[in-house]
Every structure is written in C-alpha cells, then in structure tokens.
Design a protein around this ligand. Structure first.
Ligand code: TXA
Ligand code: MG
Length: 316
C-alpha cells in the first residue's frame, strides 16, 4: 500500500477542479454524497480502481457503484428500460442505485463490475458530488470511504480517521444529509428486486412501481456480493433492540429511550439515519460494548436496522 499525502479540499470550483484533476491522474478522492462519503476513482482506470480496494483493505473485489452526472450519462454504460426508467425518472438524482445490464462499449474497468455483466449506477443529488462529476466529466467508481468492515463515514473527519495517508484528497462538504447508503435495486427477468434497503424508502419505490418489491435474501446468487454481514461493524460488540443498557454497556438511544447518545430525541427516522454512523463512531471510540434502543422497522428505519444487524453480526 503506497503512502500518500492526503489533502483536504473545500467546495469552491477551484477545489473541485483540483479534485477532478486528481481523478484524471488516477488518484483517489473522497467526496460527499447525500448518503455517505464516497472514495472515488476514475471508473475506466483499472489501476485507479484497484487503489480503492488497496486503500480500503477490502478482502475481495466486490463490484463498486459507478456515479454519473445524469441519466444521459448513465445510458453510456448501461441499458435503461421499463421499470428502470420509471425509477430513474422518479429518484435520480438521489439515493438510489440501479443494477443494470452493461452496454457493449461501456469502457468501465472490470474491477468495477467484478466481471459481472451488470453495473450499479447512481446519480447523486448532493450539490458537491454533482459539481465534481460535471468537472470530471466521466464515471466515478466510489464505495463508502471507510476501511473495509468499518463504519461508513458521514463527515470528512470520519474519512480522515480511517484513510488519512492512504488517499490523495478529501473534499470537505460537511455532514451527509441522508446518512445511510443508497437503496439498491436490481432486475431479474425485468422484474425489480431490492438488493439493499437504503436512503430511498422501499415504500416510495413501491408507490412508483405500483407493486410490492421482492427482497433478495442475503447470499442469494444475484445478491450484491459486497454485502458481507459484518460490513458495517464497529470494533465494539453491538446488542440490538435493547430496552435498557446492561452494566458496562454504552447505550445508543432513540426517541423516549434516552442513552449516552440519542439517534433522534423526537423519534424522527430521517434524523436517526443521518446520525447513525456518527453516533456509532463516537461510541465505538470509547471502547465499550454498545446496546442500541429498538428502532421501528418502517421507512428509513429498515435501512437503519439493516445496517445495525450487519454491524452486530458475528465476525471472525
Ligand atoms: O450510497 C451509496 O451507495 C455509497 C455512496 C458513496 O454512493 N456507496 C456505496 O458503495 O455504498 P459500496 O461499494 O459500499 O456498496 C456497493 C454495493 C455493494 O453491496 C455491491 O456489491 C453492490 O453495491 N453492487 C455494485 N455493483 C453491483 C452489481 N453489478 N451487481 C450486484 N450488486 C452490485
Ligand atoms: Mg460500504
């Protein structure tokens, strides 16, 4: 792993042009999206993309999400038809990733697709991400900007805590407003399937599609191979659905369940999602086991519970 000097950039157009130049030179640039900070590289440059896996210390080459400026750019890399068009029209730009068949002349690195005939595409809504994509004028592969298996970053400080000296730059655009990763939808025989709950509530997708979404079980063939159970794990042991902490535990509260920290005192799931990773980071730094209050399993609560279950999963 090559040692790098990591610079922090602002969000002026001169900063974003510098970030785009770094991407063009095959560099690694972390940038804010509405979900979490991404660790970006030129998606057509295999060596640059390999640098992502190295910097993150990812255990395997899982496919990465490719970020593009708009739907027109997305069509260069993937075939959008039927329900994919309806979802893109309704939710792009926004926290939705569509897994779609590659075009013949997509030109993306095979490391990005992990050799699959499909690619995960997303048009982020965050103004800084959108401006960077326009300045770079190409596809940017970006997983969350955290060391593999650790909590996703929602602030530039989280990115630096995990990756300082391993990437070229972080664009500091403040805290990510959504706070959990994008919802991922794939297709089986043109039928949409939910591959990961996330920033767009499943209910909102179902309203647009006018049908219930099938959710793929963890580990099924089409399921995103990157979804390792313990992918979001903090260092500390995590206990979920806890009505109260046990002796020695830190308590992450929600609503009326008050604790050392509270995801949302008013019980607002949007606020809880936006706070989730920052709260886990802060509690994890104290080096004690963490108990988490029950979170309702509706709307963004499903994505929060999905992340918490991964974080609590047994690991080796
Ligand atoms: O919100 C997000 O989605 C963030 C920001 C940075 O955009 N990105 C993110 O990327 O969460 P990452 O790499 O942490 O998660 C990518 C997920 C993995 O579960 C991966 O397996 C899945 O997307 N994925 C990507 N391409 C796929 C494909 N062709 N088929 C199935 N799953 C795919
Ligand atoms: Mg991730």
């Amino acid at each position: 792993m090559q040692q790098r000097t990591t610079i922090t950039l602002g969000v002026e157009s001169s900063d974003l042009n510098q970030a785009a130049d770094l991407l063009r030179a095959g560099g690694l640039v972390s940038f804010p999206t509405e979900t979490v900070y991404g660790l970006g590289a030129d998606a057509c440059n295999g060596r640059a993309v390999a640098g992502i896996f190295a910097a993150k210390n990812r255990p395997s080459f899982n496919p990465l999400i490719v970020h593009v400026a708009d739907t027109e750019a997305a069509r260069r890399y993937a075939v959008l038809e039927g329900d994919a068009v309806r979802l893109a029209d309704a939710f792009w730009p926004g926290p939705l990733t569509l897994v779609l068949p590659l075009t013949l002349d997509h030109g993306l690195s095979e490391l990005v697709t992990a050799g699959l005939p499909t690619v995960g595409l997303r048009v982020p809504a965050h103004p800084v991400a959108a401006a960077l994509l326009r300045a770079f004028d190409g596809p940017v592969a970006a997983p969350s900007a955290n060391p593999s298996g650790r909590i996703s970053p929602t602030q530039a400080a989280h990115v630096l805590a995990g990756l300082d000296g391993r990437i070229d730059a972080v664009v500091d655009g403040g805290a990510c407003p959504v706070g959990v990763e994008s919802t991922i939808v794939g297709f089986e025989d043109a039928q949409p399937v939910l591959l990961r709950p996330g920033g767009v509530p499943v209910e909102a997708l179902e309203r647009v599609l006018d049908t219930r979404l099938i959710q793929r079980a963890e580990g099924s063939a089409i399921n995103a191979p990157g979804q390792l159970l313990s992918h979001y794990a903090p260092k500390a042991r995590l206990r979920l659905n806890a009505d109260a902490p046990e002796p020695g535990e830190l308590y992450l509260g929600f609503g009326a369940h008050t604790g050392d920290l509270n995801l949302s005192v008013s019980g607002d799931l949007g606020e809880a999602a936006a706070q989730l990773f920052a709260c886990l980071h802060a509690l994890d730094d104290k080096g004690r086991p963490i108990a988490v209050a029950p979170i309702p399993d509706t709307g963004l609560g499903r994505a929060i519970n999905d992340r918490l279950q991964r974080a609590a999963a047994p690991r080796d």
